[in-house]
Design a protein. Structure first.
Length: 144
């Protein structure tokens, strides 16, 4: 019984699906409002489309790589899965770190990603709706 309770607590502590406004507040507290000229709504929009605000989101690809976490970072480029798996690991992290409720890891990685790719062409192509005007609905009703 105690073992089951422990497991349950671990599960609760390690994954999280954010409420939209809670996520916006976390982003703001982590300096994302205005980062590379993008307002908070952009980052809320991205997380919505990429993971539906779910820190445990995982997407497997046919090339053997996997996308991890709330911003769906790919294991080929951004994080390392395993010592035997090659990765450019631009964020210098283990992919599993992107799946916990400590979203500071994912936020540091997104900052790094946008610092490197100045035109953000990848994200822009995949999620054109997050670069349009009129993203205010992503922050509607949030007291920030
Ligand atoms: C979050 O993602 C995990 C892993 O894909 C999934 O099992 C879980 O159901 C998702 N949670 C919600 C609320 O969508």
């Amino acid at each position: 019984m105690r073992g089951i309770l422990c497991l349950l607590l671990v599960a609760l502590a390690t994954a999280k699906v954010f409420d939209r406004c809670d996520w916006a507040r976390v982003l703001k507290n982590n300096g994302m409002d205005g980062y590379v000229g993008k307002g908070l709504a952009t980052w809320v929009c991205l997380a919505k489309w990429l993971s539906n605000y779910n820190t445990s989101a995982i997407t497997h690809h046919s090339d053997g790589s996997t996308d991890y976490g709330i911003f769906q970072f790919n294991s080929r480029y951004w994080c390392k899965e395993h010592i035997t798996r090659r990765s450019l690991n631009f964020c210098h992290i283990q992919c599993s770190e992107l799946l916990t409720d400590d979203v500071s890891v994912a936020i540091r990685c997104v900052k790094r990603a946008f610092r490197y790719s100045h035109d953000q062409s990848g994200w822009k192509a995949w999620h054109p709706h997050c670069w349009n005007q009129g993203l205010s609905s992503y922050l509607a009703g949030c007291s920030l």
